[in-house]
Design a protein around this ligand. Structure first.
Ligand code: FES
Ligand code: FES
Length: 156
């Protein structure tokens, strides 16, 4: 069926069964390939996007559930030439190894900074906890989030 979804500030008409995971529509229909399929079970965070500002697992969310809501993906934050604040911080901190988790990490962090621009270290760690990095770059990811938040990058 035909559905209109708003992604990165633009309305898109997509032809999809209502129960199709948002992730499949983003990647397959809109060519927004930042969000990744990791587990498909809400357990890794590789597919994280923002829905109405909050972090959401796009692998679990039926596309019909985001009609009338605002979806934001990593592509909406900036470009290679003009990266967003978090994207630039992840690059500066060389937070990516294989990169598979990074779009999800950035979008989860964006949801935190949108709601709480100056989080504490404990708040950053608690918020980022659901997203996994199989390469083990968590410490660099945390540095990048601190950098984007304007906090001291080094902590104890
Ligand atoms: S792919 Fe969605 S949480 Fe793992
Ligand atoms: S950089 Fe490889 S999974 Fe995180």
């Amino acid at each position: 069926m035909s559905l209109v979804i708003n992604v990165n500030g633009r309305d898109h008409t997509v032809d999809a069964a209502p129960e199709t995971p948002l992730l499949y529509v983003l990647r397959g229909d809109l060519a927004l390939n930042g969000a990744k399929f990791g587990c498909g079970l809400g357990q890794c965070g590789a597919c994280t996007v923002q829905v109405d500002g909050k972090a959401a697992y796009s692998c679990l969310l039926p596309v019909s559930a985001v009609v009338g809501r605002r979806v934001r993906t990593v592509e909406g934050l900036g470009t290679v030439e003009a990266p967003g604040v978090l994207q630039a911080a992840f690059e500066t901190e060389q937070a990516a190894q294989c990169g598979y988790c990074i779009a999800g990490m950035i979008m989860r962090a964006q949801a935190l900074l949108d709601a709480n621009p100056r989080p504490t270290e404990a708040e950053i760690r608690a918020h980022m906890q659901p997203n996994l990095c199989r390469c083990g770059t968590h410490m660099r990811i945390l540095r990048a989030v601190r950098r984007a938040a304007g906090l001291p990058v080094e902590t104890a």
